[in-house]
Design a protein around this ligand. Structure first.
Ligand SMILES: [Zn+2]
Length: 474
């Protein structure tokens, strides 16, 4: 009876080397207020100079979103006072953003797609941080002036699921472009959600409520669902007009509710006006052509994996879920490992052994090592079963594959002389079984193979064992 209207604003912290308008580093974990200078401290007389790297990264995003890039864009002042913003205004782009009219495709499990329009993305400077310690509040300006791209979608998303699909896709594109580390926990990918409802079929937009700064996809999903419930309940109770007002709300994870934070300001409240201290930002043809060459994006990579390696869409989506994962897989292929083995050993065996904080980025077993291990199966040095033991060992100890095979005594015996001797021995010990087999009890063949493998302590090459037994038992 109701439909949902969701628009998303995502603040992405660009991984430029220096801040947006000064040469202070953007790196984390420095002592408070040490990454600062007269410009980002807003001392009198200090003037901003635009860091062109922010334009370069904007061009890359524009290319990925198939958006229009504004070759000339301008900066504006958004006035508000907050202790972590010493200028008492934010430098942003209101009237002419660096990019407009993009789109992003989201994919549903049933194979259908939907294109979500991206209204705009603009460059702006981040604020510092207020740190509250008991009764005392402190200000750290290390982050003040760090470049952000704010990416604003049209209200095209019609469920919490769609919103999360959009965010995951955007997050992955940004990671593949490497324009931000997009770490949600550390605040370099911050999401504001605008949620409203309307009766099905109604084309009007009703009061939208903004939920700010939710730092995981799971919480975003939950926050939207809870806020929708609140709005629908109010509509059904006839209290919609009183209860649902344009405002900013916080999602309280512990209480599973959204809570009013402040009334939502209108653009006029910020007294926007063109920034007089900065020149217009110009993108020339040379810059444009240089930065519109972007790395292969996850969608294209996924299609290529399916087509070139004949893998399922599911496997392809796992292997392209992050740039690190895709790089790991492709590095294994470069070592000459077959795509099918590389897929299994990476996505099932290696990832199945990840525990706690261990993931593909800090895996104790690197791509070269895992590739070597798979090659030792492919060339018959060890069995697949033995390779699992080697991998278990390598997860705990840094070592080379060949040394571990040696150390654990897992080398497969393919020497037919040695295997023949074991086969003869097994046959001699089981005269009665041999007679039964010869009289037609074919199933006993597996018994002989098992006995030989047992005698060899699992090191005999099963294929060689099969061949020799077949010959001897006739
Ligand atoms: Zn500075």
């Amino acid at each position: 009876m109701f439909e949902t209207v969701i628009g998303l604003e995502v603040h992405v912290q660009l991984n430029t080397k220096t801040k947006l308008f000064c040469s202070c580093p953007t790196s984390f974990n420095h002592k408070q207020n040490t990454n600062t200078c007269p410009t980002c401290l807003a001392l009198p007389g200090a003037l901003p100079v635009l860091n062109k790297e922010a334009l370069h990264k904007s061009i890359m995003l524009a290319t990925a979103l198939n958006a229009k890039i504004n070759k000339t864009s301008y900066f504006d002042r958004k006035s508000y006072f907050y202790p972590d913003s010493p200028l008492a205004y934010q430098i942003t782009q209101l009237y002419t953003p660096v990019l407009e009219h993009g789109e992003l495709r989201i994919d549903f499990e049933d194979g259908t797609h939907k294109n979500i329009r991206v209204n705009r993305a603009h460059i702006e400077a981040d604020a510092g941080k207020n740190i509250h310690e008991g009764a005392i509040s402190k200000v750290d300006l290390n982050r003040a002036g760090t470049p952000l791209l704010e990416i604003v979608s049209e209200p095209d998303l019609s469920s919490a699921d769609e919103a999360v699909l959009y965010l995951k896709k955007l997050h992955s594109i940004i990671r593949f472009l490497n324009i931000s580390d997009a770490n949600m926990q550390e605040g370099s990918f911050r999401v504001d959600v605008n949620v409203s409802i309307r009766p099905k079929g109604d084309k009007n937009l009703y009061t939208r409520v903004e939920i700010k700064n939710i730092n995981s996809f799971r919480f975003i999903q939950k926050a939207i669902e809870i806020e929708l419930e609140r709005q629908i309940d109010a509509w059904e109770d006839g209290t919609y007009k009183d209860e649902i007002v344009q405002e900013t709300r916080l999602f309280d994870q512990a209480k599973q509710e959204t809570r009013s934070m402040r009334g939502k300001e209108e653009a006029a409240d910020y007294r926007y006006f063109p920034e007089p201290d900065l020149l217009r930002a110009v993108i020339d043809d040379e810059m444009l052509s240089k930065f519109s060459h972007i790395p292969e994006l996850p969608d294209a990579k996924m299609d290529r994996f399916v087509k070139d390696y004949g893998m399922s869409e599911y496997n392809a989506s796992v292997l392209t879920s992050t740039p690190e994962m895709a790089r790991y897989f492709e590095a294994m292929l470069e070592q000459g490992v077959g795509a099918k083995n590389a897929t299994t050993w990476l996505s099932v065996e290696l990832m199945g052994r990840f525990k706690g904080d261990v993931n593909i980025s800090n895996s104790p077993v690197d791509a070269l090592t895992l590739a070597t291990l798979v090659k030792r199966i492919e060339d018959g040095t060890i069995s697949a079963k033995a390779a699992k033991d080697v991998l278990d060992y390598l997860m705990e100890h840094k070592n080379s594959v060949d040394e571990v095979i040696e150390k654990l005594g897992l080398k497969q015996v393919s020497d037919s002389g040695a295997i023949e001797a074991i086969c003869d021995d097994v046959i001699a010990k089981n005269v009665d079984k041999v007679a039964e087999y010869k009289s037609g009890k074919d199933k006993l063949f597996g018994f002989f193979v098992g006995q030989v493998m047992k005698e060899s302590k699992g090191s005999a090459n099963p294929q060689t064992v099969n061949e020799i037994l077949k010959a001897k038992l006739g």
